[in-house]
Design a protein around this ligand. Structure first.
Ligand code: KG4
Ligand code: ZN
Length: 344
């Protein structure tokens, strides 16, 4: 699947609480604009109705800025790629409706993108001057860890991917965010756990690890374990959390990484792959990045870690996934509707 060097894709992402637009020309990223929504901070999680309204406010200025920063005119855009799902229905509707009307007005084709597949394809994004960057070699195994999903994916090509394992309950990002909440940290707690963990002792406290078959994951037991542990400790010492935040974060992060890498390693050995990648919001976690690099060195595997800007939700990855679909002639019609749960 060759991406034409003149093809210009406008990517649009609106699945959760980031409104983002990006311009990609011939697989080279020209701009990537992301508007975060601070409106959710007071609620301890994303409020879907507020997210949709913020997307409506943001979408036009975000797209306009992406086009201007790319230094192109909108008449040069070849195709619009948008996140069809999975995600929050109200949020997806804003991006999908905008993409459809934009494409219709300009008389250009549309391609739909699966948000989780786009996280994986973010590994193929290049900026000007990064032409020599090493792509993951097919087939590779990708651990996709976000706020809503935890998946082990065998990637045979940009269009042929198979989920070989996934979480049976909470996602890895939820495990971070819910643990952070128990420690009194604000939402989203993942990045804060990461910061505290850097100063703490990962072996100070030990938490339970699940025994799940195959390549699947489970994080709900860990959350319950942490909850009861903290209840008992704060009964003995009401200041326990405040006095041990760094060590608690380091130990919780260590446990989540152990759980993630155990199955990742098992799958890599069983499938005989040489290239391993991580993707999604939790792939920004410094402990996970360091531990995976260490595992790669030990096993002789090529490890692919996305730049921070492509870990959390962004439209650059949607444009990249869209460029592959455009090259494959996989267009969507004007009757396409978003899907909160999108089949693979
Ligand atoms: O992929 P993403 O931006 O959105 C979803 O599609 O869910 O992932 C967001 C998740 C949140 O749970 C957030 O806490 C987590 O990624 N996250 C992190 C870090 N940065 C983001 N978790 C741990 N350490 C980080 N540095
Ligand atoms: Zn995501």
């Amino acid at each position: 699947m060759t991406i034409n060097k003149d093809t210009i894709i406008l990517g649009i992402e609106s699945s959760c609480d980031e409104t983002s637009a990006a311009i990609l020309r011939g697989g080279i990223l020209l701009s990537n604009v992301i508007a975060n929504q601070s409106v959710h901070e007071n609620y301890g999680g994303v409020v879907p109705e507020l997210a949709s309204r913020a997307h409506q406010q943001n979408i036009i200025p975000v797209v306009d800025t992406a086009i201007r920063r790319a230094g192109i005119d909108k008449s040069e855009i070849s195709c619009v790629a948008f996140t069809r799902g999975p995600g929050l229905m109200g949020s997806l509707l804003v991006g999908t409706s905008f993409a459809k009307s934009f494409a219709m007005t300009l008389g250009i084709p549309l391609v739909e993108v699966n948000h989780m597949q786009a996280h994986i394809l973010a590994h193929f994004i290049r900026k000007e001057g990064e032409e020599d960057k090493k792509d993951p070699a097919f087939p590779f195994l990708c651990l996709t860890v976000s706020g809503g999903h935890t998946q082990l994916v065998l990637v045979q090509s940009p269009s042929k991917m198979k989920i070989v394992g996934e979480t049976l309950d909470d996602a890895a990002g939820e495990a971070f965010d819910k643990s952070a909440k128990l420690l009194g940290l604000p939402y989203p707690g993942g990045p804060l756990v990461d910061q505290h963990a850097a100063k703490g002792n990962p072996l100070r406290f030990s938490f339970s690890q699940p025994q799940i078959a195959n390549y699947d994951y489970s994080f709900s037991g860990l959350k319950t374990n942490i909850l009861y542990f903290l209840k008992e400790q704060t009964r003995l010492n009401p200041d326990f959390i405040a006095q041990n935040t760094d060590d608690l974060c380091a130990s919780i992060q260590y446990t989540i990484i152990e759980i993630l890498l155990k199955k990742f390693k098992k799958a890599a050995l069983d499938f005989g792959v040489q290239d391993l990648a991580i993707a999604g919001g939790v792939s920004a976690n410094s402990g996970l990045r360091t531990a995976l690099i260490g595992l790669g060195k030990k096993q002789g595997w090529n490890i692919h870690i996305p730049p921070f800007e492509y870990c959390t939700d962004n439209a650059a990855m949607i444009a990249m996934a869209g460029a592959f679909r455009h090259a494959g002639g996989l267009f969507a019609g004007q009757d396409v509707a978003p899907l909160a749960r999108m089949p693979w």
